[in-house]
Write a protein that binds this ligand. Structure first.
Ligand code: ZN
Length: 64
């Protein structure tokens, strides 16, 4: 079975605190993330999931 792995840009590992070491893995319906730095693996969703990451756009009404 193929495991899809993709690094999450800008994600910080909550265990070792390093950036860009976390990658999102998926095999069939199972999704988890793992850190290549400290080898942590969690099946809980990471806060900064790349597909759920909101695009930060400043939506400010013009103060005219
Ligand atoms: Zn880590």
């Amino acid at each position: 079975m193929t495991i899809l792995r993709r690094f999450i840009a800008g994600a910080v590992c909550p265990v070792c605190g390093r950036m860009d070491t976390v990658r999102r893995c998926q095999e069939d319906t199972q999704i988890w993330w793992e850190c290549v730095s400290c080898a942590t693996r969690r099946e809980e969703p990471l806060l900064e999931d790349d597909e759920a990451k909101p695009v930060v756009i400043a939506l400010r009404p013009s103060a005219s």
